[in-house]
Design a protein. Structure first.
Length: 320
C-alpha cells in the first residue's frame, strides 16, 4: 500500500537529529567526504568488548587532552555508547544532541543494518559554530577542515562536526564507523550512498528514512547533460576514482540509487544480501541486479533517470 504523507505531518515527524542546512553553493557536494574511505579498513577486532571502565578511562584522558591542547573548560562530555560526545554549546544542549541525534541515529541504523559496534571508543566533537569548528579542529587535531559541515577522521578516531550547520552531516558521518565495523570491504559508492541518504532523514514506521535533499538538483542536471555514469561503472570504482569528482555526481548518484531501493522496500534486503555475497560480488553489481529482478541494467537505468527527474526536494514523498 502506498500513501502520500502530507508535508506538514512529515515535517512534524522529522527529528531535529536530521536537520540539514544545505549550502547555497551547489558545487559543495563533496562536503561529506571522510578520510575513512581513502584506504581499506585495517582495524582488527579487540580481544574483548568495551566496558564501562574503558569509557571512564577514555573520558579522563580526553579531559586531559582538552586542558592541554585547548586550554579551556567550556566543553561538556557525555558518554553515549559507542561514542563519547564532546561539545561547547553548554551541558544541557550537548546532552540533548547526544540523545536526540546520536542515540536516535545509532539505534535506528543498528535496527536495520548493523549488528556490531565500532571496535574502539570514538569521539563525536560538536563545535557550536564555524569559528569554533575551524579553530579547535586545528588546535585539537592539527586539521584544516576542507568542508564547512564536518568529517569522520579515522586517524583521530573522531567525528568532527560544525553542529551549527545542522545535524544532517552528523548522521551521515555516524554511518561510516559502523560500515567500517560491519562491512570493512564496503565499496565507496555504498558507504557514501548510505551516509548521504541520511543527511536529510526522519522516522517512518519505526525505521530511519531518508528524504530528498540538496543533492537532487545537481543530479538532475547531470542526467539532463548525460554526465551520469552507468551503474556498473559507478559500482566498480575504487575509492580514488569515486572521490575524484569535484561536482559530487558520484555521491548524488549513489544516494539516489539507495533512495530508490528504500522507496521500493529493497534497501535493507540489498544491504544484507550484499554483505553475505561480498566475496563473490565485491562491487554489489550482481546483488543489485538480483534484488531489482533486472537482467538488463541499462533499461533499468533509463527508468531510474526518469524516476529521479520526477523527484522534488522536500518531505512530501511517497512512502511504501
Amino acid at each position: 500500500m502506498r500513501a502520500r504523507t502530507p508535508l506538514l505531518t512529515l515535517a512534524l515527524l522529522l527529528s531535529l537529529a536530521c536537520t540539514w542546512r544545505s549550502s547555497q553553493n551547489a558545487n559543495l557536494t563533496l562536503a561529506a567526504r571522510s578520510d575513512s574511505q581513502q584506504s581499506p579498513a585495517t582495524r582488527s577486532a579487540p580481544a574483548r568488548p568495551l566496558t564501562d571502565a574503558d569509557y571512564t578511562r577514555h573520558v579522563t584522558e580526553l579531559e586531559r587532552r582538552i586542558r592541554t591542547k585547548l586550554g579551556a573548560n567550556a566543553f561538556s562530555i557525555v558518554i553515549q555508547k559507542p561514542f563519547v560526545v564532546v561539545g561547547d554549546e553548554g551541558p544541557d544542549l550537548v546532552r540533548q544532541r547526544a540523545n536526540d541525534t546520536v542515540k536516535w541515529a545509532v539505534d535506528l541504523l543498528k535496527q536495520d543494518f548493523f549488528t556490531r559496534d565500532p571496535t574502539e571508543v570514538l569521539e563525536v566533537w560538536l563545535f557550536k559554530d564555524d569559528e569554533s569548528y575551524r579553530t579547535n579542529a586545528r588546535l585539537m587535531f592539527g586539521d584544516t577542515p576542507t568542508t564547512p559541515y564536518g568529517y569522520y577522521s579515522r586517524a583521530h578516531k573522531a567525528l568532527i562536526m560544525n553542529i551549527g550547520t545542522g545535524g544532517g552531516t552528523l548522521v551521515h558521518e555516524i554511518v561510516h564507523p559502523f560500515v567500517e565495523a560491519n562491512f570493512p570491504s564496503c565499496p565507496s559508492w555504498l558507504n557514501e550512498g548510505l551516509g548521504s541518504l541520511y543527511e536529510q532523514c526522519g522516522q517512518v514506521g519505526g525505521h530511519i528514512h531518508g528524504y530528498t535533499n540538496w543533492r537532487l538538483p545537481g543530479l538532475q542536471r547531470a542526467i539532463r547533460e548525460n554526465r551520469v555514469l552507468q551503474f556498473k561503472t559507478l559500482l566498480g570504482m575504487n575509492a580514488q576514482e569515486f572521490y575524484d569528482d569535484d561536482r559530487g555526481v558520484h555521491y548524488a548518484q549513489s544516494r539516489y540509487l539507495c533512495y530508490y531501493l528504500q522507496q521500493n522496500g529493497l534497501l535493507v534486503k540489498f544491504y544484507q544480501e550484499f554483505v553475505t555475497n561480498q566475496n563473490d560480488d565485491p562491487s554489489g553489481f550482481k546483488t543489485l541486479q538480483k534484488i531489482l529482478g533486472e537482467t538488463g541494467i541499462d533499461e533499468f537505468q533509463q527508468r531510474w533517470h526518469k524516476y529521479v527527474l520526477a523527484l522534488r526536494e522536500g518531505f512530501d514523498v511517497t512512502v511504501d
